[in-house]
Design a protein around this ligand. Structure first.
Ligand code: GLN
Length: 296
């Protein structure tokens, strides 16, 4: 079978199952399978794929037809221009979350100590460290399996040689990751966290339990429930983190959250009641409320 035939077959199968973005998904699967970029895939569309590759591809198409996320098939997702490993133990990094990272970066000093609560794949913390200077980071998660992914991501990003090339051309003053300045700890929220931080950032689970059955199959059936479920009113983790954060923030320290589109008023109120000042809401590119932050 040629690459082009595989592409046409895959797109047709996914479209039959009503998968949105069938063409995009199949392109990503084939690029991953053949180890090539988009141009190369189609320029050499008449190249045949081996029997073994065909088998792997057919398997991937079958899984995707069952709404299994593409990112769990390829094992990766780009975020903030970096490639993160993912598996079913972690939430797939979302573009929406880049708004949170960018907002923190705008308000971050060199050498800050950063805590990422509910770190999952580590995408938030590792991006912050990669695009800042001399910061130290602690990533916390209740799931040991998630932390394994986060540690793997830290190790891989620290070695990523393409990075400097990318950023000397891009002109940003980014540095390699320094593994000595990163720690991942297993803890139920703040239970095992020690020390003070200049920044606490979190994209906690925030979906109301009664909304979970209405989520896309991709999310509901395959992403970790632990990373999604914000309990009865969706605000459980905001409440807990806001309550404890003042103890863990240095004077003037900042707390940043990603929020669901309808949670801004509640989270602002919780932060103000806990003594946070200058609490602001930042919108995402879809003009939905996405980030809330303030200082203590
Ligand atoms: N911090 C991770 C992310 O933003 C995981 C978030 C979570 O598990 N709720 O992707």
């Amino acid at each position: 079978m040629t690459r082009r035939e595989a592409y046409d077959y895959g797109v047709e199968q996914l479209e039959e199952q009503g998968i949105d973005d069938a063409a995009c998904d199949i392109r990503i699967l084939l690029e991953d399978l053949c180890g090539v970029d988009r141009e190369e895939l189609f320029i050499n569309g008449d190249k045949t794929i081996s029997r073994k590759e065909t088998e792997t591809f057919m398997n991937a198409v079958t899984r995707r037809c069952g709404h299994y996320p593409v990112q769990y098939i390829t094992g990766k997702q780009d975020f903030m221009g970096l490639t993160f490993s993912v598996n079913q133990d972690v939430l797939i990094p979302r573009m929406d979350t880049e708004i949170l990272v960018e907002e923190v970066l705008k308000n971050l000093d060199d050498g800050s100590r950063i805590l990422d609560m509910c770190t999952g794949s580590g995408c938030i913390l590792l991006s912050l460290l990669r695009y800042s200077n001399n910061c130290e980071g602690v990533g916390v998660d209740v799931s040991d399996a998630a932390l394994e992914v986060a540690r793997d991501n830290a190790g891989r990003l620290a070695l990523d040689e393409t990075f400097d090339l990318l950023f000397t051309t891009g002109g940003a003053g980014a540095k390699h990751l320094d593994l000595d300045k990163i720690e991942f700890i297993e803890s139920n929220l703040f239970n095992d966290v020690k020390g003070k931080f200049d920044i606490i950032v979190s994209n906690p689970p925030y979906i109301r339990t009664d909304v979970i059955p209405t989520l896309m199959e991709e999310v509901r059936d395959y992403e970790p429930m632990l990373a999604l479920d914000g309990r009865e009113d969706g605000l459980y983790f905001y409440r807990e983190i806001i309550k404890k954060s003042p103890q863990y923030l240095s004077g003037g320290g900042k707390l940043f959250f990603e929020i669901g589109y309808d949670q801004a008023a509640d989270v602002v109120k919780l932060m103000e009641e806990a003594g946070f000042k200058d609490v602001v809401v930042v919108k995402d590119y879809a003009h939905l409320d996405r980030v809330v932050w303030g200082r203590i």
